[in-house]
Write a protein that binds this ligand. Structure first.
Ligand SMILES: [Zn+2]
Length: 310
């Protein structure tokens, strides 16, 4: 049932673009299993996060109507980005994290063949992951970074990086690997959107996804802010593995890391958290001992070779 959009507070990305649109809200079935049965989970910014009674996905419901969730959302647009003159900046520490993750997933071994690996990174932001891939892959990789936010593309250009933007639903190229880090929660229809990416994979190609493993947690243990309604859903390892398998993929490897917002309890980190507490728009959490800190999840999944052709 449609109702008038409420004014929302700034999200983690700054000002929400929905703040000024005054658009309608729409109630939606579960984004994964289409169930219309759910229970209240939590609220934020005047929005309600519900839990699907059938599969357990957490999703914003009601949410901004589909006419306001456009192609950009499907490639990682953070809603606040459009109205911000500056949309953050390149974070060198993220590149270091990605280099270590690529090693954990044994990706360097993939970049040794004669033909460069064709890799598309969807929602690449300032290009930290693209840069990490180029370092690890060298001559053995050809990376395309897809980023809907023009400010981020312009910023990347000053670093000598050419990021592009296109609508994935109208794209006819295929790739060896498609990655999407921190994009899942923005997808209006995850099964359909990720299914579209699977259709853009070569046979034997791979998906590499990163998102939180959190929908099974009690609300009091869930990381916050949820950043509703920019984040449309939160999943778990169980849900994502099941979805990828239902799209015909084989899950090769899953790894979970301590979420960045949960600092390790060291003297240096205690000092850093205190400093963050006093910075404007402070980001200190002081959550040194959260329940289930390892919820930053990466999944590598493969599209099987078509046996009829092989
Ligand atoms: Zn469901």
């Amino acid at each position: 049932m449609a109702q008038q959009m409420k004014s929302v507070k700034p999200s983690c990305n700054g000002k929400s673009r929905f703040e000024t649109m005054g658009g309608a809200l729409e109630e939606v079935p579960c984004l994964l299993c289409k169930s219309t049965s759910w229970t209240d989970y939590d609220t934020e910014n005047g929005y309600r996060l519900v839990k699907c009674s059938d599969c357990g996905l957490l999703f914003t419901n009601p949410r901004p109507s589909s006419s306001e969730i456009d192609a950009a959302s499907k490639s990682g647009m953070h809603k606040g980005d459009e109205e911000l003159e500056v949309s953050g900046e390149f974070r060198p520490f993220m590149k270091e994290i990605y280099l270590s993750v690529l090693n954990d997933f044994q990706y360097p071994a993939k970049f040794t063949s004669d033909a460069p690996v064709d890799w598309l990174d969807i929602g690449c932001g300032h290009g930290e992951f693209v840069e990490a891939l180029n370092i690890v892959g060298g001559e053995g990789i050809a990376v395309t970074g897809l980023e809907p936010n023009e400010h981020k593309r312009a910023a990347a250009k000053t670093r000598g990086m050419d990021l592009v933007f296109f609508d994935t639903t109208e794209h006819d190229r295929t790739y060896d690997v498609i990655s999407a880090l921190n994009v899942f929660s923005h997808l209006p229809d995850p099964r359909e959107d990720i299914g579209q990416w699977v259709s853009m994979l070569n046979e034997g190609g791979e998906l590499f996804l990163q998102t939180g493993d959190s929908s099974h947690l009690e609300a009091k243990h869930h990381h916050k802010p949820y950043s509703l309604p920019d984040h449309l859903s939160f999943a778990s390892e169980t849900l994502l593995v099941a979805m990828l398998e239902s799209l015909g993929l084989e899950v090769v490897q899953v790894m979970k890391y301590r979420m960045g917002m949960f600092p390790r309890f060291t003297p240096v980190n205690i000092v850093k958290e205190i400093a963050r507490f006093f910075l404007p728009g402070h980001t200190a959490t002081f959550q040194f001992f959260p329940k289930h800190p390892e919820r930053d999840m990466y999944i590598r999944a493969r599209k099987p070779m078509n046996r009829e052709n092989g």
